[in-house]
Design a protein around this ligand. Structure first.
Ligand code: MN
Length: 419
């Protein structure tokens, strides 16, 4: 078998409208509008740079069934660029771009094969020599409830085989249950690699025999599609063994950040912390443009400041204007407050009731000499149980005080919540 490389992408959602853009500053809104186009262009660049034999696209090329003319032309332009580099393309359509949607008369290049409503085989070649056989199927209409995997036919001949399918494997809850199937259904076909689409979170359902992969979508479109988005570069060696690696292709990255108020004295310190968290994310994102959703977390006196009228809105605006000087385009989409007030451990300890008694006892455990031995004894009886063996270990001597202190704090929080 001749070794070869291909690229597996899915869910391009070209021309995705991005909801709620009116709330955004115009330059951010424009950036997001262009993002799905640019990510697609990055996909084409990747195929060329990696010298791929071909690309497979597993559905939802377009965001809407009534695809815009612009989206179709730009998609075609990308496939043309691939053809110029002798890179074939194999495409299926999914629930967002089914075959019964509006299609303009825009001819696709000869090197591109779009699959119809029934599973069929096609062949991928490198310089005239066949290297792989690919079977795919497109959604005839938006809602497909049949198990399409069961309609695939087993491969014949010695060529490496790829199944191209837009489907929900194992009823993944965050996505519509279209073309539902299982890992077993896919494995039973005898196909070597399943190039799946539909689920926007990248995941490997099976490493080999067959490899079953969701590459995730190409460009995040809202706060729940956070982190790197892109495609898989897949190498097949002479023995038909598969190795794949992820390449990020997104141009605007979505991230959710937690910023803790623990130990922070004032609002300036909080803004500084938020800045630092965003800067870390910007570097992690290879200096891409960012849209951040920030949650303030933790406990402390700042909780009080954050609950003031308009405080979050004011801080959002402050951060946005400070960030406008950043080297990347960074947009704080929203800040939410999940902070809590400081626990007053002393007040709880002073009480004359059950709570006070427990807190006094725990304070004694912290201060009283010899209490360490008692604690160690009680712990030993717990850790000695079979179900904890190899899971939990007896703490070191110098960890004991720290653990008791943390437990006291935890207790105080529980009591306060109960109040
Ligand atoms: Mn999709």
């Amino acid at each position: 078998m001749q070794p070869f490389r291909f690229v597996h992408a899915a869910d391009l959602h070209i021309d995705s409208p991005f909801k709620g853009l009116l709330k955004y500053e115009p330059r951010i809104a424009q950036r997001l509008k262009d993002a799905t186009y640019e990510a697609y262009s990055n996909l084409i660049d990747l195929c060329i740079a990696q010298d791929a034999a071909f690309v497979v696209i597993a559905g939802d090329v377009y965001d809407g069934a009534d695809r815009s003319v612009q989206a179709q032309m730009r998609f075609r332009d990308g496939l043309n660029r691939l053809q110029d580099h002798e890179i074939q393309s194999f495409v299926v359509h999914g629930n967002h771009d089914p075959l019964d949607g509006r299609l303009s008369r825009i001819p696709m290049p000869e090197s591109s094969h779009a699959f119809g409503p029934d599973p069929e085989w096609s062949t991928a070649s490198v310089k005239g020599t066949p290297v792989a056989q690919i079977q795919g199927v497109s959604y005839p209409t938006r809602e497909v409830h049949d198990n399409l995997a069961l309609q695939f036919t087993p491969p014949s001949g010695a060529l490496f085989s790829i199944g191209l399918l837009h489907c929900n494997v194992g009823g993944i809850a965050e996505h519509d249950n279209y073309a539902p199937c299982t890992v077993d259904d896919l494995s039973a076909t005898g196909i070597d690699y399943w190039a799946l689409g539909h689920v926007h979170t990248r995941q490997t359902l099976r490493q080999s025999g067959p490899a079953i992969e969701y590459p995730g979508n190409l460009q995040g479109r809202h706060p729940n599609e956070s982190g790197p988005k892109g495609a898989l570069v897949v190498d097949v060696d002479e023995a038909g063994r598969v190795t794949s690696r992820f390449e990020p292709l997104d141009v605007v990255r979505w991230e959710s950040l937690d910023v803790s108020i623990n130990g922070l004295a004032d609002v300036d310190a909080l803004l500084e912390s938020a800045h630092a968290a965003i800067e870390t994310e910007r570097i992690r994102a290879d200096e891409r443009d960012l849209v951040c959703r920030i949650s303030f977390t933790g406990r402390g006196p700042l909780h009080h400041d954050l609950s003031a009228d308009n405080a979050l809105e004011d801080l959002t605006n402050e951060l946005r204007s400070n960030l406008s000087a950043s080297a990347s385009l960074i947009w704080v989409e929203r800040i939410s407050d999940r902070t809590a007030p400081t626990v007053d451990i002393d007040a709880l300890t002073d009480r004359d009731d059950f709570v006070g008694a427990v807190m006094k006892r725990s304070l004694a455990a912290l201060n009283h000499e010899g209490s360490e031995a008692t604690l160690r004894e009680s712990l030993a009886s717990v850790l000695g149980q079979r179900r904890f063996s190899g899971v939990l270990e007896m703490p070191e001597d110098d960890q004991m005080a720290e653990i008791v202190e943390a437990a006291r704090f935890e207790l105080a929080e529980l009591f306060e919540r109960e109040d």
